[in-house]
Design a protein around this ligand. Structure first.
Ligand SMILES: *Cc1c(COP(=O)(O)O)cnc(C)c1O
Length: 386
């Protein structure tokens, strides 16, 4: 059992719900800012897609981070939460016209462009508004991140980005167009990356590409290295705040920058992952043939990561001190993948107990659906339960 949860308050809230420890979020933001500030040319954006709960966005915007968006809706959410318009970067392989127009109207910092046809459409829509859109090109660096196949994005056979061999021609194409301005390169190799070697590889690749551009006299003001720093799902208590110091140092040491060049980061999971838990109630303990099932009221509609990515989350019973029992902890949804944990020991549980599914602050609430006509889970921060 942990004593950092306001368990008595939890009892009066309809389960399942997301609980966000706002103190941990603020500490995490302080740490990110402190470590990034070691390098005056580093700029940190928060990847809105990890958690777009308005209360969370407002705390992150107030801390002064920029926003990394992947849709028009995220740009609107970021603006509503108070992110500065000129701190917004916008990536995505399939930007629709209304989304590009939303970004142009908001005067965002930069579009991270993923193809030539997209570049041409941005140019056309910017022209119609009498604007010049700043663009970075998302280059596919063919660096394989050691993570689940569904969340690697930097390999060659991937829908994301522009091939390295096309980099120079697309930049030259941008220079011919009047309503776009080339300002840099963008990369993103994947998510839940814990080995700094992957980021070191990315730095080496960026250095190679910069050498090529130098020979062509192409100036690059901004290098955006994306996000992807992972968190400790097995033991959130051991690493409540990710190692931002080593992460930033990896880029500071690895990148060969030109004077005045800015480095942008797009961190999602590492900022919001550990502050969140999905709180769920035990409905039934069912004895199977060879197993015991702990059936809870949360399902894959509330937290899809285990079903979608084989993700594991630490689960604890907040209201029982009984000796550990091994269960399959499962939800009520009519899908056999609706399983939060297999053969997992937690304190002996009974109907009505509250469980915390930990490290669920990123890609949790935002990915919830109404599958099976279930209501969406609420997202509550510490202040909501005072
Ligand atoms: C998802 C995404 C991020 C954030 O990734 P995390 O692993 O949550 O840090 C950053 N940039 C882009 C382009 C993304 O698609």
């Amino acid at each position: 059992m942990t004593n950092t949860f306001p368990i008595e308050k939890f009892r009066s809230v309809r389960t399942p719900f997301y609980y966000y420890d706002s103190a941990l979020l603020r500490q995490t933001l302080d740490e990110v800012k402190k470590e990034a500030a070691q390098y005056p040319n580093f700029v940190v954006h928060y990847a809105v897609k990890a958690n777009a709960n308005l209360k969370i966005l407002k705390i992150i915007a107030a801390a002064g981070l920029g926003a990394d968006c992947v849709s028009g809706g995220e740009i609107e959410a970021a603006m509503r939460a108070g992110f500065r318009h000129d701190s917004i970067v916008y990536a995505g392989v399939g930007k629709a016209d209304w989304e590009i127009n939303t970004a142009l109207d908001a005067d965002i910092f930069c579009f991270n462009v993923e193809s030539v046809p997209e570049l041409e459409v941005i140019n056309e829509l910017a022209k119609a508004k009498g604007k010049i859109a700043q663009v970075c090109f998302r280059i596919n660096p063919e660096v394989g991140a050691h993570t689940h196949a569904n969340i690697t994005t930097g390999l060659a056979e991937n829908k994301f980005g522009i091939a390295m061999s096309d980099m120079v021609p697309v930049i030259e194409r941008a220079k011919e167009l009047e309503n776009v301005k080339f300002i840099g390169l963008h990369f993103h190799i994947g998510s839940q990356i814990l080995k700094m070697d992957d980021f070191e590889m990315l730095c080496l690749r960026i250095n190679e590409l910069q050498e090529i551009l130098k020979t062509k006299n192409i100036e690059v003001e901004n290098i955006n290295v994306g996000g992807g720093l992972g968190i400790n799902y097995d033991d959130p208590e051991a690493d409540p705040i990710p190692n931002f110091k080593d992460y930033f140092k990896t880029f500071a040491d690895g990148l060969h920058l030109t004077p005045g060049q800015k480095v942008h980061f797009e961190l999602g999971r590492s900022i919001v992952g550990q502050m969140g838990s999905l709180i769920t109630k035990v409905l039934y303990i069912k004895q199977g043939v060879n197993k015991k099932f702990c059936i809870v009221d949360a399902g894959m509609s509330d937290l899809i990561r285990p079903a979608l990515y084989d993700a594991t989350h630490k689960i604890e019973n907040l209201t029982s001190d009984a000796a550990p029992v091994v269960y399959d902890i499962v939800g009520p949804i009519c899908e056999s993948s609706d399983v939060f944990a297999k053969d997992t020991a937690i304190a002996g549980s009974k109907r009505g107990d509250l469980l915390a599914i930990r490290s669920a602050g990123a890609y949790g609430e935002i990915m919830a659906s109404q599958y099976n006509c279930r209501p969406l889970p609420q997202g509550l921060i510490t202040e909501d339960l005072k």
